[in-house]
Design a protein. Structure first.
Length: 191
């Protein structure tokens, strides 16, 4: 018998996989159960409020994963350009491994449910704020002020999230690479 925590993780992983590819509304509970191998009773044991509660947990888990990725890139990059290269390489691998089906779970879910579903939208906002904090910290190394670093972080998030959608449509990482090149032109020169 599998431990309940393992079952919950499998359900979240299955939801993440499907939400990244099909969005929240494009993914049915039966598909999540089939992909996770979890019985319906186990699903409701872990997520008694249903699919919305699962979406919140899935968004939080994706936020944790991206937060870890961003912090690692920040730690190993000497400048903002290197940080961007690291993030773009990670996103490109995600796209290519998925056959250009996967994208940002935050962006996909936001397009599906925001602003109608306030609880899920709150979790999406929290994820973006966490990313913004890490990215603005990296930007602060090279930008003249906290406001400029904050604005640059917003531009980076918006550019990369938008580029991911274009990459899916074009089945190419070219839009992601183009966004990164242009962002680097905006980055203040480091000493």
């Amino acid at each position: 018998m599998k431990k309940p925590n393992e079952t919950k993780k499998r359900i979240i992983a299955a939801a993440s996989h499907l939400f990244r590819r099909r969005g929240y509304h494009g993914t049915g509970l039966s598909e999540i159960l089939k992909e996770s191998g979890a019985p319906k009773g186990s699903f409701y044991f872990h997520f008694p409020e249903g699919k919305d509660q699962l979406a919140q947990a899935t968004i939080d888990a994706a936020g944790d994963d991206t937060d870890t990725l961003l912090k690692a890139a920040a730690d190993r990059s000497k400048d903002l350009a290197g940080f961007l290269d690291s993030i773009v390489a990670s996103y490109a691998r995600l796209l290519e491994r998925s056959g250009f089906e996967a994208s940002s779970i935050l962006a996909n879910t936001a397009l599906d449910v925001s602003p109608q579903n306030e609880r899920i939208t709150e979790h999406i906002g929290a994820g973006y704020r966490r990313w913004h904090k890490v990215i603005s910290g990296v930007c602060l190394r090279e930008c003249g002020s906290r406001q400029q670093a904050s604005d640059m972080a917003v531009l980076i998030i918006a550019s990369l999230e938008g580029a991911l959608s274009l990459c899916r449509v074009e089945k190419s990482t070219a839009p992601l690479m183009a966004a990164a090149r242009q962002l680097k032109h905006i980055v203040p020169a480091s000493d």
